[in-house]
Design a binder for this molecule. Structure first.
Ligand code: URA
Length: 300
């Protein structure tokens, strides 16, 4: 076999070593039969996003309010808890700030879920998009009373373009079936819309670039109940510093100026965590019962 050159370090690598290097960098599976020139795809997307920005900028009324989401703990649950914290993640600098600004403009201009999905397809401010196969927007019933928000698509979600269809999604479906919910009665999405390479955690900049779309997503679905799945989704949506172990099972009130009324929000453990730590299924079961009670309380 002929040797290949890895240009950055100018180290001679065998094809097997090149493959190992790719796997280590997160490119751990083949996602298509034909090679894709990602640079060409990127250039086209940049051009499209520029055109989109120009359209949005020419409609100043479409510019959004930013950072006016409020999250407070339901007072009857725990009167001592402080109210809202800042919910806008700190981004690392100029380019990340521009991406957030563009995301805010594009997301707030969307008046339907179809428009929001299109805006996301046109958005080029999140680097994860360049390595992902599909944009993973949502699944389930957008008319549902309850909306689940996970962290980030995994390998199977990236392949199918749908959230929570891999092993943790299958566990989640079984958990929710136990309280009478299925994908016709709930809606589900993530705080980032593209799979992080190698399933690493999304960075603060990546989450910040997606957040305006997530917030608009929630506004357009207008659910009665929002359920962040796991720590990163809970921290991002509820804007609180504590970990999931302390946050789970507590009810909060989530509101933005564009929601018709605040939604009730309660974080639960991520199903991937429960797959790794089944001992915590007991607490998860308690939280599921609390969700079921809240749904029936709100029906009366
Ligand atoms: N984990 C998530 O947080 N989201 C998915 O869509 C799949 C796994």
């Amino acid at each position: 076999m002929s040797a290949l050159w890895y240009a950055v370090g100018m180290v001679e690598l065998s094809p097997k070593e090149v493959l190992a290097w790719h796997i280590e960098a997160g490119a751990d599976e083949a996602i298509g039969d034909e090679p894709v020139d990602r640079f060409a795809v990127h250039e086209a997307a940049v051009q499209q996003a520029k055109e989109q920005r120009a359209t949005v900028a020419s409609q100043p009324d479409a510019m959004p309010p930013r950072g006016r989401r409020s999250v407070v703990q339901d007072v009857h649950q725990s009167p001592q808890e402080p109210a809202s914290r800042s919910t806008v993640p700190q981004v690392s600098g100029g380019r990340a700030e521009t991406a957030v600004h563009t995301a805010v403009s594009m997301a707030s201009a969307a008046t339907t879920l179809a428009e929001l999905k299109q805006a996301l397809m046109d958005f080029d401010g999140c680097g994860l998009k360049r390595t992902a196969t599909n944009t993973v927007f949502a699944d389930g019933n957008p008319e549902a009373r309850i909306m689940f928000v996970g962290e980030a698509p995994g390998a199977e979600e990236d392949r199918q373009g749908l959230p929570f269809v891999g092993p943790s999604g299958q566990l989640l479906d079984r958990m929710l079936a136990s309280i009478g919910l299925d994908r016709t009665s709930f809606y589900i999405t993530n705080i980032v819309f593209w799979r992080p390479p190698g399933n690493r955690n999304p960075t603060t900049d990546e989450i910040a670039a997606c957040l305006p779309f997530v917030e608009r997503h929630i506004e357009l679905v207008d659910p009665e109940i929002i359920v962040p799945l796991g720590g990163p989704a809970a921290k991002t949506l509820l804007g609180r510093a504590e970990g999931i172990t302390r946050m789970r099972g507590k009810w909060f009130s989530y509101a933005t100026p564009h929601m018709q009324r605040p939604a009730h929000a309660m974080a639960i453990y991520h199903p991937a965590y429960l797959l790794r730590s089944p001992a915590h299924k007991r607490e998860a079961w308690r939280d599921l019962l609390s969700l079921k009670d809240k749904l029936s309380e709100l029906s009366h």
